[in-house]
Every structure is written in C-alpha cells, then in structure tokens.
Design a protein around this ligand. Structure first.
Ligand code: NAD
Length: 258
C-alpha cells in the first residue's frame, strides 16, 4: 500500500499488456481503484482479473482511444463505478514503422498519428472535463518516448507522434495548473515488452539483422548498457500520479538509462 495513492481512482489506457499492464498491477498493489481499458478486450480483462486476484480493485473496459464516443463512455463509466476520477495514465500507443519516409504508406502515418496523438488528446479532453468539474485537482501522465525528444530514423511518424505527446502535455499542463490538474509525460528508452519484440521481428524480417545482434545494439544505445523493464517505467508513472509529485507539472521524465 502507498498512502499517497491508496483509494485514488485512476484510469489507464493500453492496460492489456506491456508497460500499461505492469503499471496497473503496481497501482493496484498500492491500493488505487482502477478503471482499465484497451482495444483488446480479452487482454484488459486478464489484467483486471490478475489485480483482483491479488486483492486489488480493478474494472476493465474495451476502448479504442481514437473514438470520441468510446473515450467519453470510458470516463463516464469510471465516474459511475467510483464516483470520481483522480488520475489517468494515457499509455495506449503503436509503433509499427520500420522504413524511411518514401517507403511509408500514408495509411500507416494516419494510423500512428490517430492512436498516439489524437488518442491522448481525446483522453485528456474528457478526463480533464471530469476533473475540473470535481474541482479538487488531478494528475495525468501521458506515455511519450525518447523518440519524443530526439529524431528516430525509420520511425519518423512515430517520433512525430511522440513529440506531439510532449507538446500536448506541456500545453494542457499550463492550461490547468491553477486548477491543480497536473499533466506530465514519461519518455521511456527501449523497454522489454511485446512492442519491442514485434519491432525486433520486423527488423529481422525486413533488414536481415538477427535478433541477438539487435538486442546488443539496443543495450548499447543506453549509457547503462541495457534496455529497461516495464516495472522501471511503472515506478516513475506511480510517482507522477501520486501526491509525492505535487509541485511537478508539464514535465517530461526520461526513463532511459541515461
Ligand atoms: P504494448 O504493445 O505491449 O502495449 C500497448 C497497448 O496499447 C496494447 O495492449 C494495445 O492493445 C493497446 N492499444 C493499441 N492501439 C490501441 C487503441 N487504438 N486503443 C486502445 N488501446 C490500444 O507496448 P508497450 O511497449 O507496453 O507500449 C506502451 C506505450 O509505451 C506506447 O505508447 C509506446 O509507444 C510507449 N513506449 C514503448 C517503448 C518500448 O520500448 N516498449 C519505448 C518508449 C515508449
């Protein structure tokens, strides 16, 4: 239990796997009351079930973050279930890109921007409306990336989308600072999740670089000489969601081994 988080109502997107699932489990163990969502209904129900089995409080809902009606319904369902909203972790995102700009389909660009940028914008729009009405503040954390701070060759659309998440975070943080609604971003380096495994398979297929060689390259990209674990991102998110970070807003927190 974490006294700075216990009882708080927190909504998470992309909670079906990877960073979202591990963060949900960690917040559940801290005593937060959770509304979990993911486009994958089965995956998010499995996360909620694991948290309930461990003694935590979690509900699950299938939501596509690109759909305003579904995002609005998610916030509404949270208020109906728990009667308030204290925090949100807007974490759903896709990468899927492995080519220079001339070889990337327009449809892939649209998909990445839709999920990674519009999804975060829609989530904040409805979450903040609820928090502002409540009138006693709140904390939102958006998942950007190290690709939201520097360029990422063969991932231009992804890097643009994550730079946009940083821009949304800083702007909305300034808009609602007086209402004590804090908005921050985490910028993970390479984290060992299913997303990273899919990227490794894609590069193996497209570029013929074997998985082991890629893993060595990934580790070497970080000054600490290794990639990160989802739990290490979860710890940073947990701090930003809790009252322990009460004077931190509009910040981009790198979790990238240096
Ligand atoms: P993941 O693929 O394991 O998890 C992402 C989740 O988002 C999945 O459960 C997926 O079903 C869900 N999702 C996808 N599209 C959705 C939509 N339209 N609506 C709702 N949910 C949707 O990946 P992860 O590594 O845990 O990534 C989580 C976040 O972290 C992403 O925003 C990603 O860009 C970011 N990130 C990951 C890394 C990394 O190295 N793994 C690094 C930096 C940033």
């Amino acid at each position: 239990r974490d006294e700075q988080l216990a009882g708080k109502v927190i909504l998470i997107t992309g909670a079906g796997g990877g960073i979202g699932r591990v963060t949900a489990e960690s917040l559940g163990a801290a005593g937060a009351r959770l509304m979990l969502s993911d486009i994958d209904a089965h995956a998010v129900e499995s996360t909620a079930a694991a948290i309930r089995e461990a003694g935590g409080t979690a509900r699950a809902m299938a939501v596509d973050v690109t759909r305003a009606d579904q995002v609005s319904a998610l916030v509404q369902a949270t208020l109906e279930a728990y009667e308030r909203l204290d925090g949100a972790f807007n974490n759903a995102g896709v990468e899927e890109e492995n080519a220079k700009i001339v070889a990337v389909e327009e449809s892939l660009f649209d998909r990445i921007i839709d999920i990674n940028v519009k999804g975060v914008w829609l989530c904040m729009k409805y979450q903040i409306a609820a928090m502002a009405k409540q009138g006693d503040g709140g904390s939102i954390v958006n998942t950007a990336s190290i690709a939201g701070l520097v360029g990422a060759p063969k991932r231009a659309a992804y890097a643009a989308s994550k730079h946009a998440v940083v821009g949304l975070t800083k702007s909305v943080a300034a808009e609602y600072a007086r209402q004590n609604i804090r908005v921050n971003a985490v910028c993970p380096g390479i984290i060992r999740t299913a997303m990273m495994e899919r990227a490794i398979s894609q590069v193996e297929r497209d570029d013929g670089i074997d998985a082991e060689q890629q893993r060595r390259l990934h580790a070497a990209l970080h000054p600490m000489g290794r990639v990160g674990e989802a739990t290490e991102v979860a710890q940073a998110v947990q701090w930003l969601l809790s009252d322990a970070s009460s004077f931190v807003t509009g910040h981009q927190l790198s979790v990238d081994g240096g």
